[in-house]
Design a protein around this ligand. Structure first.
Ligand code: ZN
Length: 226
């Protein structure tokens, strides 16, 4: 009889990084439970991509839960009156969604506790998104401490581990690693501003970084552009 695999919750947005993160979690021997959040993002086709990615990489289950951050907006991704910037910008970009990863990790931790999973994976990448405070390593480590005070493990003697395996990788390294692990990036959607058919704009900061990543990795870019 083979030993049961440990379970992990993996946050899956449908983008390049979270797909790679899911592949990494699976390659480390976890049975993966993929979690996507419908937060009122501009890119709803992203959630379709998340579904494809979870299926492609063999997630045991994929759920999408709603948390409508559009109610208060405050980001180019959740407020139509704020434009998605063309290309990278200085400081915290308009595409930053206030406290998004704090919210997402809280959901993921809650599900992990219910599943009996001790591991949560998030595909944050501080090299490219150092402008986002909730992608930084200090935040991830601090959240892990908080999660371990907020869950029953604090009384029962177990711990939640928050994994951010892409934290220090460049986009090119992410593409190379994901390609080795069998990620089909044509199934992912990274664009901040895709059309209704899920085709990428090719000019937003996210598309720009993604293109650079494929170019630097020497991997053909399978993205469907408008
Ligand atoms: Zn784009």
């Amino acid at each position: 009889m083979t030993a049961e695999k440990p379970k992990a919750v993996v946050l899956v947005s449908g983008g390049q990084d979270s797909a790679t993160c899911l592949a990494i979690a699976a390659s480390r021997g976890f049975e993966c439970y993929a979690l996507s959040i419908n937060y009122g993002q501009r890119n709803i086709p992203e959630l379709e991509a998340a579904k494809r990615v979870a299926a492609m990489l063999g997630a045991a289950r994929h759920i999408v839960i709603g948390a409508d951050l559009r109610q208060w907006g405050g980001s180019a991704l959740t407020d139509d009156s704020v434009e998605v910037p063309k290309g990278p910008s200085e400081g915290i970009p308009a595409t930053y969604v206030p406290a998004r990863n704090l919210i997402f990790l809280s959901f993921a931790t809650a599900w992990a506790e219910v599943l009996g999973a001790r591991d949560v994976f998030i595909g944050v990448n501080a090299v490219d998104y150092s402008g986002y405070p909730d992608c930084r390593e200090t935040f991830i480590r601090s959240f892990e401490q908080t999660a371990n005070l907020a869950t029953r493990g604090v009384d029962e003697g177990w711990k939640i581990r928050i994994h951010a395996p892409l934290q220090k990788l460049s986009k090119a390294e992410i593409v190379r690693l994901g390609t080795e692990l069998g990620v089909d990036y044509s199934q992912t959607l990274t664009c901040y501003n895709p059309d209704a058919a899920g085709k990428a704009c090719g000019v937003c900061a996210s598309c720009t970084l993604r293109k650079q990543g494929f170019a630097e990795a020497g991997v053909p870019d399978p993205t469907r552009y408008r």
